[in-house]
Design a protein. Structure first.
Ligand code: GUN
Length: 287
């Protein structure tokens, strides 16, 4: 079997053209211009590149974006004051604090200072705790982007055996909750799962979502033919090429569908961020 490649890049572009642009036009007609602010502390090179993609998708959708850059000497108190100003600025609908933050700043405190109604990353505790109603609020972007990717490629979720590798607060745990809410039979594998648990679950998986942050960890021999693979990882190999958490060549010869790295989950995370920003503007201007 040679897998169909699920292009998150193409699907994200389609969503921008067919869904996001019309939603922004409707808001514009009401005199509303959706606006996203990205707070960027320091100069992490990977963050620079992620932020460029966020700005690009925002512009293509008609969302105004502003990057506020601060030196890595910024204190936690200064950052909290900046967030407070943004929370109180009615012209701003969404704000994200680009991670990682410099050492010495309490990420949890900073994230939870963002007003839940402007938390378009979906990282605050209040937005993360309600994942069973993920349609009704600002859901975390990567998990919601994965669900959109499965829906757009017509992958059935209900009653399917889904294995989620990794139980991070930002991806593994919330995507597992969302999939359970959609009626999937979800198994979470993590660093403390035994080898027997892992191999037995992997062999049975209809859908496999890998978000462990380990380069090319999963190989095709561990899986059953026809599995749908969603690869959340991104790593730079010694030869300079990008790869994911799954070994693409061996996995694509056994899967029915697979996301590539780059161009798979990444663009879906960003398009969901922009969609959340529009949603925040829509909610604020509901009649
Ligand atoms: N750093 C890497 N990915 C992300 C993301 O999705 N949001 C934020 N705020 N920071 C990140």
């Amino acid at each position: 079997m040679t897998a169909e490649i699920i292009s998150g890049k193409d699907i994200a572009q389609q969503i921008i053209n067919d869904e996001l642009q019309p939603r922004v036009e409707l808001l514009n007609k009401k005199g509303v211009q959706p606006k996203l602010v990205v707070i960027f502390v320091g100069d992490n090179p990977a963050s620079q590149s992620y932020i460029r993609q966020k700005e690009k998708f925002a512009t293509q959708s008609g969302v105004f974006s502003e990057v506020r850059r601060f030196p890595d000497t910024m204190t936690e108190a200064e950052l909290l004051a900046e967030i407070d100003d943004i929370n109180n600025d009615d012209s701003i609908h969404g704000v994200i604090v680009q991670l990682p933050l410099p050492d010495g700043i309490d990420v949890n405190r900073v994230i939870n200072a963002i007003s839940p109604t402007k938390d378009v990353d979906g990282f605050t505790d209040s937005n993360n705790e309600n994942l069973d109603i993920h349609e009704a609020f600002l859901a975390p972007c990567t998990p919601k982007g994965i669900i959109t990717l499965l829906d757009k490629t017509r992958v059935t979720i209900k009653d399917q055996k889904v294995v989620v590798m990794g139980r991070s607060r930002i991806v593994g745990r919330p995507v597992a909750e969302m999939l359970k809410f959609r009626g999937a039979n979800v198994t979470i594998l993590h660093s403390k799962s035994t080898n027997t648990e892992k191999s037995s679950a992997l062999k049975k998986a209809d859908i496999l979502i890998v978000a462990v942050g380990k380069q090319e960890l999963v190989h095709g021999e561990e899986l059953s033919p026809g599995v749908v693979i969603i690869d959340v990882g991104i790593h730079r190999k010694e030869d300079g090429k990008l790869c994911g958490d799954v070994h693409f060549d061996s996995c694509s010869s056994i899967a029915s569908k697979i996301t590539p790295v780059p161009g798979g989950v990444g663009p879906m995370t960003v398009v969901t961020l922009i969609s959340n920003t529009i949603k925040a503007a829509e909610e604020k201007n509901k009649v």
